[in-house]
Ligand binder design. Structure first.
Ligand SMILES: NC(=O)c1ccc[n+]([C@@H]2O[C@H](COP(=O)([O-])OP(=O)(O)OC[C@H]3O[C@@H](n4cnc5c(N)ncnc54)[C@H](OP(=O)(O)O)[C@@H]3O)[C@@H](O)[C@H]2O)c1
Length: 338
């Protein structure tokens, strides 16, 4: 099979399409012929050598695919063969074939294309865990979604709108019109202006009940200040460190040095909460993730979950796909197609 291989730490030139042996499903796995594979910011950080959870290089990244079941292991349900499915894959998804345990797949809803299917697992499970499970967002509350125009950002917007919360989002200006059409109440360009005073103005000095922040470093300090009483901040990334080579290492060190510390007594006296999420550390919690997936599938059926695929890049243009996201051009999801 052909696979997108991250050959070494470095710039997008480190990505190559190579021939790899076809995977053989173990007894509880199915083999999937991949039609589309999700590309995530984690794949970029992994390529840059800034993602501690990534596999050793050379490696095939890929946390999620949509495709058709081609074969099943001895103890896996053979009636799945021929079915279109969406799968969560612990790497290896950016290839023509991937095997995944049956517990990590679900049938692709007919209303979704394969490309949209590949946009579901990482973005929507992350957003669900942040907003619903851990963030406890309510109808009469307000949420600030950082990078609202990205993959997780748009997923969070769908969920927040469904809950009925007031939505604020930071994003590059080029994405504002699209975000407003998707229902975002207020968009702020955090790169052109200091977003905190703007948000405070918009909320009449109160702030918001929930902030989700994947930027890290000093951004977490600022996001915490944006919380109203009873507010919660969900931290889930460090995209501020993103860069290839020595620059990435320096930015990561700077972000770590600027990371705030939260004292329990201060949290108590300010009526604020801070929580973290790493979806990649939920593999041992299959039942919880299955429960979230069922809610998301319900949302697809009811029409309030609307995965938006910006662009599909063929495998041999994987480097361009990485560059596209690094240049902040994507609105929503980027997928790779064989
Ligand atoms: N902890 C978890 O379980 C988990 C799971 C999924 C994703 N994440 C994190 O969530 C964030 C979003 O992930 P995603 O896959 O949905 O990516 P994404 O938001 O679709 O992709 C990148 C977008 O982020 C913004 N951005 C912010 N800092 C950037 C930088 N230094 N370089 C390039 N773009 C930057 C850009 O948009 P604007 O400039 O318009 O804002 C860009 O378009 C990432 O930090 C990722 O690591 C964490």
């Amino acid at each position: 099979m052909r696979a997108v291989v991250t050959t070494r730490n470095g710039d997008a030139g480190a990505l190559k399409v190579e021939e790899r042996p076809d995977p053989v499903p173990s007894k509880d796995q199915v083999l999937i012929r991949v039609k589309a594979a999700g590309l995530n910011f984690a794949d970029i950080l992994a390529r840059q050598g800034l993602y501690p959870d990534g596999p050793p290089k050379p490696c095939v990244m890929g946390y999620e695919v949509a495709g058709i079941v081609e074969a099943a292991g001895d103890e896996a349900n053979r009636t799945l063969i021929g079915k279109p499915v969406i799968a969560m894959t612990r790497f290896g998804g950016q290839a023509e074939l991937v095997s995944a345990p049956v517990t990590q797949i679900f049938e692709k809803p007919e209303t979704l294309s394969f490309e949209q299917g590949a946009a579901i697992p990482t973005n929507y499970l992350t957003a669900w865990a942040l907003l619903v499970t851990m963030g406890g967002l309510k109808k009469d509350e307000a949420v600030l979604i950082h990078n609202a125009g990205g993959g997780v950002g748009l997923a969070a917007l769908d969920i927040a709108k469904h809950i009925g919360a007031t939505t604020y989002g930071t994003a590059s200006t080029a994405k504002h019109e699209f975000l407003k059409a998707r229902g975002l109440d207020q968009a702020i360009d955090y790169r052109k202006q200091d977003w905190l005073p703007v948000l405070m103005d918009l909320t009449k000095g109160r702030g918001v009940e929930l902030v989700i922040d994947p930027l890290g470093g000093k951004s977490w300090k600022k996001s915490y200040r944006a919380l109203r009483s009873t507010g919660r901040m969900g931290v889930f990334g460090m995209s501020t460190a993103s860069a290839s080579g020595i620059m990435g290492k320096l930015r990561a060190m700077k972000a770590l040095a600027q990371t705030p510390r939260f004292h329990p007594l201060s949290l108590m006296n300010r009526n604020k909460g801070v929580f973290g999420l790493n979806l990649g550390h939920m593999w041992g919690e299959g039942e919880k993730v299955t429960g979230w997936t069922q809610e998301i599938v319900r949302g697809i059926q009811e029409g309030w979950i609307r995965p938006h695929v910006d662009r599909a890049f063929p495998f041999d243009q994987a480097a361009d796909a990485h560059r596209y996201i690094e240049a902040r051009k994507n609105i929503g999801k980027v997928v790779l197609v064989p």
